[in-house]
Design a protein around this ligand. Structure first.
Ligand SMILES: C[S@@+](CC[C@H](N)C(=O)[O-])C[C@H]1O[C@@H](n2cnc3c(N)ncnc32)[C@H](O)[C@@H]1O
Length: 209
């Protein structure tokens, strides 16, 4: 069963030194897990709109702005707009639940984001996602091997990351859970789910109509 514990990084000022260190760890974790490479390779070539929810420091979107110059890119996060972001990327700061989804659909990305939320909140987010054509979701898998890998990484990561990694895995998902909680299949999405030994659970969801 999922266990939700507040993550320390979510409650620190954006420029706190520990938060800066922990966000640098997160970049390395994303690199080790291959998360951004997987997302970039799964985006349909001809996509006209890319939206990322919980975009963090915007590194993935900076990369995608170069790879998909034809696409309009929009980001949602509680954090302020990162300084390095290309001006073409639209950044919407604030609680995602208080924003309407973009009207144009396209491709939606959620990377290490959905595990923050309770099941009723995920059901609400599932409704928020229904206007998109493709959903690419990468989340922590709730399993023993990722916990062990997290323990092995202990000497190399900041204590905030150590805490947040453990609680992220506890709040992560077992196969089948995420699609069901988001209510994707009954609302017209075809879902393909895979797992990766480095601790990711990945969904590619395509609208059937
Ligand atoms: C674990 S970080 C992942 C960031 C990025 N996707 C990555 O992989 O580096 C989760 C992000 O979700 C954002 N976040 C959490 N709750 C949110 C909410 N209710 N609305 C918008 N963003 C939120 C946080 O500010 C944070 O940047």
């Amino acid at each position: 069963m999922r266990k939700l514990t507040p993550e320390l990084l979510d409650h620190l000022p954006h420029d706190d030194p520990g938060a800066l260190r922990s966000r640098a760890d997160l970049r390395r974790i994303n690199f080790f897990m291959g998360n951004e490479r997987w997302i970039a390779s799964a985006i349909p070539e001809n996509t006209r709109h890319i939206t990322e929810i919980g975009a963090g420091e915007g590194h993935l979107l900076s990369r995608l702005a170069g790879k998909f110059p034809q696409a309009e890119i929009t980001a949602y996060d509680l954090a302020p707009r990162p300084a390095h972001l290309p001006p073409s990327v639209k950044w919407l700061q604030g609680d995602l639940f208080s924003h309407a989804p973009p009207a144009d659909g396209g491709t939606l990305i959620a990377n290490l984001f959905l595990h923050h939320f309770t099941d009723p909140q995920l059901a609400e987010l599932g409704a928020w996602m229904r206007g998109f054509h493709t959903l690419l979701i990468n989340e922590p898998q709730r399993a023993r091997l990722p916990v062990l890998l997290g323990k092995l990484a202990t000497p190399f990561i900041h204590p905030i990351t150590r805490h947040d990694m453990r609680v992220s895995i506890e709040a992560g998902f077992a196969p089948g859970e995420l699609a069901e909680t988001l209510g994707l299949t009954p609302h017209g999405f075809h879902v393909t789910e895979t797992t990766d030994w480095r601790g990711a659970i990945r969904l590619v969801c395509q609208r059937c109509d």
